[in-house]
Design a protein around this ligand. Structure first.
Ligand code: UT7
Length: 334
C-alpha cells in the first residue's frame, strides 16, 4: 500500500503494572504526609512500583504482547514500534530491546520522549507513518518507571508517581478513526518540571574538561503545573475537537493523563463533559507518566466500558512543558 489518504484504526490495547504496591499509609512512614492529604489533594490512594529487579523492557513487552494479541496480529506483522518513555533502561533507547523481546523481526523501533504527553505525541507520530502509506501495523507503547527518579524524601513529589506500561496497536484502515489532534509545547516553562542532568567537571587531559554527571531527581513546581494544566488542557481538547468537527457532547469518554483527580474534574467541568464520562484509575496507580493514558484505556476496554465506535478525547500534559490532545474512535468499526 503506498497511497495518501489511508485511514487509521486502533485495534488493540494492553497494559502491565508491577505487583508491588505502596499505599498512602506506607508513604506517611517515610515523609510527613497523610492519607487524608494525598487523597483530598490528588485522589491517589496507592501506586505500583517496579522494584530493583524489574525493567522497563519487561513491563513494556508484557503490555505490548497483550495489545498485539487483542489486535489479532503476530509480532512479525509489526512494521514500526514507538516506545514513549522518559525512563528507558538504556539512554540510547529501549525500543529496540522491546523489539528483541517481542521477536518483532520486521519492525523498526525507536524511543520518543515527551514526558507525560508521550503517548499522545506518539499516537500522532505513529499515525503519520500510516497515513503516508509507509507502514500498516504500528505498535505504540507508553511506559515509565518514575520510581527510579523520584526523591523519596520530597513529600511534594514522591506521593504522586507510580510505574506502569500501556500499549496500543494502530492499523491502516479504510475509514479514518483518528478524527483530530493538536500538539503543543512551551520550553520557556521548562523549569516547572524537570529531571535534569547535572554535570561534574572531569579533566581528561590537561586543559580538556568534560562534564560527567548524573540526573537529578524529579523537581516540580506543582502549583504552576496545576495552573498550566487546567488552563491549557481544555483549550487543546477544544482545538482537537474543532479539527475533528465534533462537539464536546459527542464525546463518549474523556481520557486525560492521570495526574490529579482535581485536574480531571476541572477540565471536564470546563468542557461541560459529565463526570460519568471521565475515565479515572489514578487512585490505584498515581501518575504513571507516558503509561497513564493507555493504561486507563486498556482497563476501560477490558471492563467493557469502552465499546467499538466510541469517541474518545484524550489529552496528555507535563514536562517540557508539553501538552496535546487526540480525538479517536475506538476499534475497527467501518
Ligand atoms: O504529570 C505531570 C503533571 N503534574 C501535575 O499535574 C501536578 C500538578 N500539581 C498538582 O497536582 C498539585 O499542585 C499538587 C498535588 C502537587 C499539590 O497540591 P496543592 O493543592 O497545589 O498543594 P500546595 O503545593 O499548595 O501545598 C499546600 C500545602 C503546603 O503547605 P503550606 O505551605 O500551606 O503550609 C505544602 O507544604 O500542603 C503541603 N504539602 C503536603 N502536605 C502533606 C505538600 N505536599 C504535601 C504532602 N503531604 N505530600
Amino acid at each position: 500500500m503506498n497511497q495518501l489518504g489511508i485511514g487509521i484504526a486502533i485495534t488493540g490495547s494492553g497494559s502491565a503494572t508491577p505487583e508491588v504496591t505502596l499505599d498512602n499509609y506506607q508513604l506517611s512512614q517515610i515523609v510527613e504526609t497523610s492519607d487524608e492529604w494525598i487523597t483530598a489533594r490528588t485522589g491517589i490512594r496507592e501506586r505500583h512500583l517496579v522494584g530493583a529487579e524489574g525493567s522497563l523492557r519487561a513491563i513494556a513487552t508484557t503490555a505490548a504482547q497483550r495489545a498485539i494479541a487483542m489486535a489479532g496480529l503476530a509480532p512479525t506483522d509489526l512494521d514500526l514500534i514507538i516506545l514513549a518513555t522518559s525512563t528507558p533502561d538504556d539512554l540510547f533507547g529501549s525500543a529496540s530491546q522491546v523489539q528483541a523481546s517481542l521477536e518483532a523481526s520486521k519492525a523498526v523501533a525507536f524511543d520518543l520522549t515527551a514526558a507525560c504527553s508521550g503517548f499522545v505525541f506518539g499516537l500522532v507520530t505513529a499515525s503519520q507513518f500510516i497515513r503516508t502509506g509507509v507502514y500498516q501495523n504500528v505498535l505504540l507503547i507508553g511506559a515509565d518507571i518514575l520510581s527510579r527518579w523520584v526523591d523519596w524524601s520530597d513529600r511534594t513529589t514522591c506521593v504522586l508517581f507510580g510505574d506502569g506500561a500501556g500499549a496500543v496497536v494502530l492499523q491502516a484502515n479504510e475509514s479514518d478513526h483518528l478524527l483530530g489532534f493538536e500538539l503543543r509545547s512551551n520550553g520557556t516553562q521548562n523549569s516547572c518540571l524537570q529531571l535534569d542532568y547535572t554535570s561534574q567537571n572531569k579533566e581528561i587531559v590537561k586543559g580538556v574538561v568534560v562534564g560527567q554527571g548524573t540526573y537529578r531527581p524529579i523537581a516540580m513546581n506543582g502549583k504552576e503545573v496545576y495552573r498550566f494544566a487546567v488552563q491549557k488542557v481544555p483549550e487543546v481538547i477544544e482545538k482537537a475537537l474543532f479539527r475533528a468537527n465534533i462537539t464536546a457532547e459527542e464525546v463518549d469518554w474523556l481520557l486525560l493523563h492521570q495526574a490529579n483527580q482535581r485536574i480531571l474534574d476541572a477540565v471536564a467541568q470546563r468542557l461541560g463533559i459529565s463526570k460519568e464520562k471521565v475515565l479515572s484509575n489514578l487512585a490505584h496507580y498515581g501518575n504513571t507518566s507516558a503509561a497513564s493514558i493507555p493504561l486507563a484505556l486498556d482497563e476501560a476496554v477490558r471492563e467493557g466500558k469502552i465499546q467499538p465506535g466510541d469517541v474518545i478525547a484524550t489529552a496528555g500534559f507535563g514536562a517540557g512543558l508539553t501538552w496535546g490532545s487526540t480525538i479517536f474512535r475506538w476499534g475497527r468499526t467501518s
